[in-house]
Ligand binder design. Structure first.
Ligand code: GLA
Length: 552
């Protein structure tokens, strides 16, 4: 059965849950503490605890929203939400007595107690106030709730969501590119499903599948103000133990585990630059989404690919149409990795269509840096100004005077190629047949080089790195990593480095000593900002835990 069609696992004790993760860490204390604290604060034990892990992205940055395959792995760090239904008392006007009201607390005192209730507004249905101008922890809880409300409580149905108390805790660092946001949206979606006793897909009696949960989490995270692709949610929900996960989004969401060569270990190191995706979305993340979508439209237009006028086509779809791809023809559900590699290589020559008129692909400095103005972009798209605004700008807020379509496209297509090469190298290295398997260190070198090229491309073409990430990745390479690169959206956050297992300790020590912002940190703090994760360690499907007895 495809991973996307499997149902969400439900565990009744921690041994089953963490045993399936192959974890060496004793999580019982953390879960027990959460349960006790819940009881102390709300006067009864939690009915459920839901869990969603963060992820590292090994390779494939900023290409999920162009619908190209990516290669992340879940990490052991996760978000836990303990929750229980609350009995509403009659006649109370208090907000926490309203249908579906939520009292949300967080074990981290930095995140204050929040009380909110959904309201119904015609014509759009359920409404929860989400502040998209600042980063607020409860926004992600609300985002998860939205999905449950809109799918299971249609406004005309007279069904009322259950009031709920919840207590969250997390070990995924926020603003660090390891996807705390998707983890909390997924955990919150599961918490609201659990307290409302909604286990099925909604439209049928079949249990909710992992693929459906990913879709819900993707749709709902956009409510926080970032138009992210589906990588984080898919990694958090569908990762499997001990492997990276190859995720493709076209023609449908598909995942397959990619075992990593023996001796490969990933080390996460935090630059300590907090990258707030939400607050900076207008001129960073969301701008990149628009730059890649408009680039795809222009490329299609210039290459004579027919598009519907209102179609928001992606680079992956344009590529498929250029090579007249038959869908469902390969085992990956698309044209298959081999044909995709050929297609990617051949499209590279056409990207000059995205340059400003009269500018050469080899032009240096300012000329290429200029990018396209809005007027130039509209003209090149072949659309009227009004249609262009409607299709590309009416649904998303962006701020820029110039748009770098050529550089962004070059990153997207080369990065898509690197993902396929990384996957192939890993599969060859772990293939049982001796004719295919490479010497382990040769494979690690190849993988490391691909990661380094990805970092270069993120820095120079996609411009989503920052000086601290560049410095840290360089230090990591000098300290012996085969490869090192930013992970996640970038502009701060963490670097991920591929290190030989027997070198991990010495590698970590070097970085602790040499990365300037770590100076003065205590050992305990250092252990939170640089740590090793087993390849795929902590990777579990999204776990939905019926809270019985944690320590049994
Ligand atoms: C964020 C988004 C993902 C992905 C990465 C960049 O993490 O949530 O969808 O686009 O950035 O690869």
């Amino acid at each position: 059965m495809r991973l996307a069609d499997q149902s969400i696992p439900v565990y009744t004790n921690l041994t089953d849950l963490y045993g399936s993760l192959g974890s060496s860490v004793n999580h019982a204390e953390r879960w027990d503490n959460l349960a006790k604290e819940f009881e102390k604060r709300f006067g009864r034990p939690p009915a459920y605890i839901t869990r969603a892990p963060g992820r590292i992205n090994i390779i494939g940055e900023h290409i999920d929203y162009a619908l190209f395959g990516v290669l992340p792995a879940a990490i052991e760090q996760d978000i836990l939400i303990a929750c229980a239904p609350r009995q509403p008392s009659d006649n109370s006007q208090e907000i926490h007595e309203r249908p579906g009201s939520v009292v949300a607390e967080n074990l981290n005192p930095k995140y204050t107690r929040q009380v909110f209730a959904p309201s119904q507004r015609a014509p759009e249905g359920w409404h929860l106030e989400i502040n998209t101008n600042e980063l607020r922890w409860e926004s992600y809880v609300k985002a998860g709730y939205y999905g449950v409300l809109s799918r299971y409580f249609p406004p005309d149905s007279n069904l009322h969501p259950t009031p709920v108390d919840l207590l969250a805790t997390g070990s995924v660092p926020s603003g660090s590119g390891v996807s705390s946001s998707a983890a909390i949206v997924v955990a919150s979606t599961l918490a609201f499903l659990a307290v409302n006793n909604r286990r099925t897909s909604g439209s049928t009696d079949a249990p909710l599948s992992k693929g459906e949960l990913v879709k819900m989490a993707m749709e709902n995270e956009t409510r926080v103000g970032v138009n992210s692709g589906g990588m984080d949610q898919a990694a958090s929900v569908m990762s499997v133990n001990s492997s990276a996960l190859y995720i493709t989004f076209f023609p449908i969401l598909n995942t397959s585990p990619v075992p990593l060569p023996s001796g490969a270990k990933f080390v996460i190191s935090n630059t300590l630059v907090v990258a707030d995706k939400v607050v900076t979305a207008k001129f960073r993340y969301n701008l990149r989404v628009v730059e890649t979508l408009v680039g795809a439209r222009i490329l299609a237009h210039k290459l004579g690919v027919k598009l519907d006028i209102m179609e928001k086509v992606t680079y992956r779809e344009v590529l498929g149409r250029i090579v007249k791809e038959q869908q469902d023809c390969g085992s990956d559900g698309d044209m298959g990795a081999g044909s995709l590699i050929v297609a990617l290589k051949s499209i590279m020559r056409s990207l000059t269509h995205l340059l400003p008129k009269g500018v050469d692909a080899n032009a240096e400095g300012d000329e290429q840096q200029m990018g396209l103005t809005m007027e130039e972009m509209i003209e090149m798209s072949g659309l009227s100004q009004q249609t262009f605004h409607e299709v590309y700008l009416s649904w998303i807020d962006v701020e820029a005077t110039h748009f770098q379509l050529y550089k962004r496209a070059k990153h997207v297509f080369t990065e898509a190629l690197r993902v396929l090469q990384f996957r192939k190298t890993s599969l060859d290295a772990t293939d049982a047949s001796p004719s295919l398997s490479l010497n382990p260190s040769t494979s690690l070198e190849k993988l490391g080089n691909l990661m380094n090229e990805s970092q270069k491309s993120c820095r120079e073409l996609f411009e989503c790195s920052c000086p601290e990430l560049d410095m840290l990745a360089k230090l990591c390479r000098e300290a012996g990593a085969y490869g090192s690169r930013l992970t996640g959206a970038g502009w701060g956050g963490c670097a991920v480095s591929l290190v030989a297992e027997d070198q991990v300790e010495i590698f970590i020590k070097k970085i602790k000593d040499e990365y300037p912002p770590y100076k003065g940190l205590k050992e305990e703090q250092l252990n939170d900002v640089i740590f090793a994760t087993k390849p795929g360690s902590g990777a579990c499907g999204m776990c939905f835990l019926r809270f019985l007895r944690l320590l049994s």
